[in-house]
Design a protein around this ligand. Structure first.
Ligand code: PNS
Length: 160
C-alpha cells in the first residue's frame, strides 16, 4: 500500500493545488491531503474551513483523505504509514524553498521520499497569497480557485 502525504497551508485551496491532487492521486494507493495547524502564522481561513473546502472538492474519491496536522511533517507522515511527501513546484522560484525543506525532511526521516510534481503551466502564477489579495479587493477569482468553491472563498475574503 503506497501512501503519500500532500501537505500545505491551503489558505485557501487553489486550482493549482487541485491540479496537483489529481496528478498525485494517479500515482499512489492512498493520498492524504494534510492542512498544517500553524499557530505562528495568521491565516485567512480557519483550519476547519480549509479542511471542509478540500473535502467538498475531493468528494467521494475513495483513495483521498483530507485531514489536518500539528507539529513536524515527518512525524505526521510516520503516523500515516506514508512512504512519500508530494509537493508542487510551479516555477524556478519555488525550488530553493522546496529543496531546502526536502533535504531537511530527508535528514529527519531518511526513509521518506519527497516527490515534486508540476501543475499545468496555466497555474504557474496561481498562489493562495494572490487569491487572498485579489479576493479581499473584490477581484475575479475565476481561473484561480475551483468553481465549486469560488462564491464561498470570494464571500469570505470580502468579509475580512
Ligand atoms: O503550503 P505551504 O505553506 O508552502 O506548506 C508548508 C508546509 C506545511 C509543507 C511546511 O511548512 C511543513 O511541513 N510544516 C510542518 C512543520 C515541519 O515539519 N517543519 C520542518 C520542515 S523541513
Amino acid at each position: 500500500m503506497r501512501t503519500a502525504i500532500y501537505p500545505g497551508s491551503f489558505d485557501p485551496v487553489t486550482l493549482g493545488h487541485w491540479d496537483l491532487i489529481q496528478r498525485a492521486e494517479k500515482l499512489v494507493d492512498r493520498l492524504v491531503v494534510a492542512v498544517l495547524h500553524n499557530p505562528s502564522k495568521t491565516s485567512a481561513f480557519s483550519v476547519e474551513e480549509r479542511v471542509e473546502m478540500l473535502r467538498e472538492l475531493v468528494g467521494e474519491r475513495p483513495i483521498i483523505e483530507v485531514t489536518s496536522f500539528h507539529g513536524l511533517l515527518v512525524d505526521f507522515a510516520k503516523t500515516q504509514g506514508a512512504q512519500c511527501i508530494v509537493r508542487g513546484v510551479r516555477a524556478f522560484s519555488d525550488f530553493e524553498y522546496e529543496f531546502q525543506m526536502a533535504l531537511m525532511n530527508r535528514k529527519l526521516a531518511p526513509e521518506l521520499e519527497t516527490v515534486f510534481l508540476m501543475p499545468k503551466e496555466r497555474y504557474s502564477a496561481v498562489s493562495s497569497r494572490l487569491v487572498r489579495e485579489i479576493g479581499s479587493m473584490g477581484g475575479n477569482l475565476t481561473e484561480l480557485v475551483p468553481p465549486a468553491l469560488r462564491e464561498r472563498i470570494a464571500h469570505r475574503l470580502q468579509q475580512d
